[in-house]
Design a protein around this ligand. Structure first.
Ligand SMILES: Nc1ncnc2c1ncn2[C@@H]1O[C@H](COP(=O)(O)OP(=O)(O)OP(=O)(O)O)[C@@H](O)[C@H]1O
Ligand SMILES: [Mg+2]
Length: 261
């Protein structure tokens, strides 16, 4: 259980960004605590990816504030976000297909020997350590990642994020391209990361996945927050009503995008 009184790992306050005249994200506030999974829900184009791209430093916000561990955070680019322990796994995964898991783990952050050559042994050892923790059945260390299954590729992407000490993990549709078995594997990984105290923002269209994995949901519609609340305080139908109609149920806290009662 997460402590509702603890300082949130992340607070996004009143975040807005417009593209041209369109307010993609309009005054959204969400937070995330250690060991908690918060699902971001909403229709296509609701602004979910744009909101998390602001947190990961991919887009500059027009207004609003981001706090990490209660302190204002300067996040202007992805490197800043990583400094705060914020790592993102996009649906595309951004893996290099032709090299193995260890090479992907250290992509752009390679370990070198004191002679300046790549330290393949150290990278493989680190890769075995982190993959052993995440996915003990994984043995395909010598193969290029293009030969791996979707779930195995997903675990390489997650390993890369957590090896560099992610405290805050953003997963944008992590299972959208996966079959049921691989989806189950990613769900298991998610629960394990949660136990390690990592906070996770999960974007998903699968309401069943969300009810299995998330502690809380935050629903967006047309760039605005409809509301947020604990999964145990709402039914699936109520959450669907938030997504489709913008109707905030009694168990949730309404946001600026909630339909007037
Ligand atoms: N780089 C961009 N330039 C212009 N408009 C953009 C850009 N990125 C997003 N938008 C617009 O912002 C709005 C929100 O898009 P976003 O990708 O955040 O939605 P989403 O909730 O992630 O949807 P989906 O579920 O389809 O992934 C959309 O109207 C989209 O067209
Ligand atoms: Mg999206």
């Amino acid at each position: 259980m997460t402590d509702a009184n603890a300082t949130p790992l992340v607070e996004m306050r009143d975040i807005s960004i417009a593209f041209g005249g369109v307010k993609a994200v309009d005054g959204v506030s969400v937070d995330l605590r250690a060991g908690e999974v918060v699902a971001l829900l909403g229709h296509n184009g609701a602004g979910k990816s744009t909101l998390i791209k602001i947190l990961s430093g991919a887009y500059p916000r027009d207004s609003g504030e981001i706090l990490v561990n209660g302190q204002p955070a300067e996040i202007e680019n992805p490197r800043d976000a990583k400094k705060y322990g914020i790592e993102t796994i996009y649906q595309s995964l951004a893996l290099a297909d032709n090299v193995d898991a260890a090479a992907n783990l250290f992509l752009g952050r390679e370990l070198t020997t004191r002679w300046g050559t790549l330290d393949d042994a150290a990278m493989e050892a680190a890769c075995r350590e982190v993959m052993g923790r995440l996915n003990p059945n994984f043995t395909r260390f010598k193969e290029p990642v293009k030969a791996l299954s979707g779930g195995q590729r997903q675990s390489v992407a997650i390993a890369r994020a957590i090896h560099f000490n992610a405290r805050i993990l953003i997963m944008d549709e992590p299972t959208a391209a996966l079959g049921p078995q691989e989806t189950a594997q990613v769900a298991e990984l998610t629960l394990q990361l949660k136990q390690e105290g990592i906070g996770i923002f999960l974007i998903s269209h699968d309401i069943h996945d969300v009810f299995d994995l998330a502690d809380r949901v935050a629903v967006m519609k047309n760039g605005k927050l409809v509301g947020s609340g604990r999964v145990g305080d709402m039914t699936k139908d109520e959450v669907l009503g938030m997504i489709i109609l913008g109707k905030c149920p009694p168990g949730a806290t309404p946001g600026p995008g909630a339909l007037a009662a």
